[in-house]
Design a protein around this ligand. Sequence first.
Ligand code: UDP
Length: 237
Amino acid sequence: MTNELVYEGKAKRLFKTEENGVLRVAYKDDATALNGVRKESFAGKGELNNQITSLIFSRLAEEGIRSHFIRAISETEQLVKEVSIIPLEVVVRNVMAGSLAKRLGKEEGEVIPRAIVEFYYKDDALDDPFINDDHVLYLDIATTSEMEKIRDAARSINEVLKKLFNQMNITLIDFKLEFGRDAAGSILLADEISPDTCRLWDKETNQKLDKDVFRRNIGNLTDVYTEVLNRLKQVQN
Ligand code: UDP
């Protein structure tokens, strides 16, 4: 196994492997908020997110959604196809929360009848600004046809995830996706889908089972991520 670091992000490290076009992702125990200004480490978080993401990406593959995910290779690591990441944070919202509730002056918890798909420009120095299609074209981030593919994929992924979390007695409030281009230029789902990147509320109690417990200091991150993993394992067929 080679140890050449390709990229280090806030929650993961990416390494080369012996195989061309295949990378190894190692999940870290770090949690960050406020664009990295607040940072804390939680023993076991990397393991939890690696397992949760692996189970979710496997389910998406069964439902015909193509992603970079190949397979988990250890408690904290997985193999993925190398893609060039499109610098967009694609957010899908089923229920009002977080930054959109603030921006539109709405109460958190209000159901959004038709899911809202949003693009943010992935740029830490700019604090990931909200952008529209014209900005995406101007910045040369993606073509019109790629944006259409990304939006369609985001909506299909939302349908699969809503059903999955519903079986786990969880409401999928909102989540963030990232996409990349493979060597052939095809758009693939990439990054992770975990309680770091989703808002998940218990259907009965509305208890938050996601990174908001850390962002808002309202609970134990490891405990709620463990709860999500346990429920996810229970609905595996
Ligand atoms: N999100 C994320 N990474 C980001 C920003 C947002 O994973 O850099 C996720 C977040 O966990 C939530 C959804 O995207 O599930 C919508 O986040 P929002 O825009 O409401 O931002 P926040 O309130 O987290 O600042």
